[in-house]
Design a protein around this ligand. Structure first.
Ligand code: ADP
Ligand code: ZN
Length: 292
């Protein structure tokens, strides 16, 4: 079947057409301006493509309670033009097909659990470490929601003594994960772009410390079978061994399962779908919307 996928991001909207097996046939990218400027181009893209359903993985916060009147709307986002915008409804009305929606990181978690680095697992957490930091979780085969949905990027961490900017840069929180560990925070703290920092720079030890705290917190809270780390910053693959080693130190043997103690290399991994996790996950959200 032909399905549509939309990765709705704060800087760009990536539209794609594919199928329920995670194959992507074509894609196009549009800048995220205001809804009035951006939506017509997205709707035009999907019209005439013969899609049977659309799946959206979106930036948030989102209303994800299917019984709420604003289901599928973007709610209190700092991107003011999109505040209270009924994203799901707009596509459902314009395209006349079922539309599934979840957070961008939940979509990526689903993609990785079905076709990526966690194939067949019913329990997995996906983090993106990029312009922002966010986490999505599959728990007992279901994407995790709650009162709203998790905001793992804003978990509070303890400062690293080597960090010259230990409060981080989140406008809301002193010392939260996103404010300490996203790409822009690395650049502000050290005055060099993250891409250009040499591998032996202390910046990467500090980054690995924060991402290890994130992994240790995740392991004790959600007990996932795998943690997939994606996003631009994780293109620095040398971070993985550092993060794994430090996660083990922080847990200090307490979670005494062989997947942690003996196979941490298979527990904390890069995405199997590379930068396509969100698009593939959105196709799966479309397939689920069609079934429902
Ligand atoms: P977004 O989060 O906007 O969807 P990315 O996941 O690509 O996009 O994240 C972009 C951020 O990741 C940039 O702010 C940059 O700091 C960082 N980044 C991108 N590529 C690299 C790289 N090769 N090494 C380190 N950091 C990178
Ligand atoms: Zn924060």
């Amino acid at each position: 079947m032909r399905l549509g996928a939309l990765e709705a991001g704060g800087t760009k909207m990536v539209c794609a057409v594919g199928d329920e097996r995670g194959n992507l046939f074509e894609r196009a990218s549009f800048p995220t301006l205001t809804p009035e400027e951006t939506m017509p181009g997205l709707i035009d893209y999907f019209r005439g493509k013969g899609i049977e359903a659309l799946g959206i993985g979106s930036f948030g916060p989102l209303s994800l309670d299917p019984n709420a009147p604003d289901y599928g709307a973007i709610t209190t986002t700092p991107k003011l033009a999109w505040r209270d915008y009924p994203l799901r409804r707009a596509f459902a009305e314009a395209l006349g097909v079922p539309v599934g929606i979840d957070t961008d990181v939940n979509a990526a978690a689903l993609g990785e659990a079905v076709y990526g680095a966690g194939q067949g697992l019913d329990s997995l957490v996906y983090y993106t470490i990029g312009t922002g930091v966010g986490g999505g979780a599959l728990v007992d085969g279901k994407l995790l929601h709650g009162l709203v949905h998790p905001e793992m990027g804003h978990m509070l961490l303890r400062p690293d003594p080597r960090d010259p900017a230990p409060h981080g840069f989140c406008p809301y929180h002193d010392g939260c994960l996103e404010g300490l560990a996203n790409g822009p925070a690395i650049e502000k703290r050290w005055g060099i772009s993250a891409k250009e920092l040499p591998e032996d720079h202390v910046a990467w030890d500090v980054e690995a410390e924060y991402l290890a705290q994130m992994c240790a917190n995740t392991i004790v809270i959600l007990s996932p079978k795998r943690i997939v780390l994606g996003g631009g910053v994780m293109h620095q693959l040398h971070l993985f061994p550092k993060i794994r080693r430090r996660t083990l130190e922080l847990l200090n043997g307490y979670v005494a399962h062989p997947s942690v103690l003996e196979r941490i290399d298979e527990m904390i991994v890069p995405p199997g779908l590379g930068d396509n996790a969100g698009a593939v996950g959105s196709l799966l959200l479309a397939a689920r919307a069609l079934e429902a």
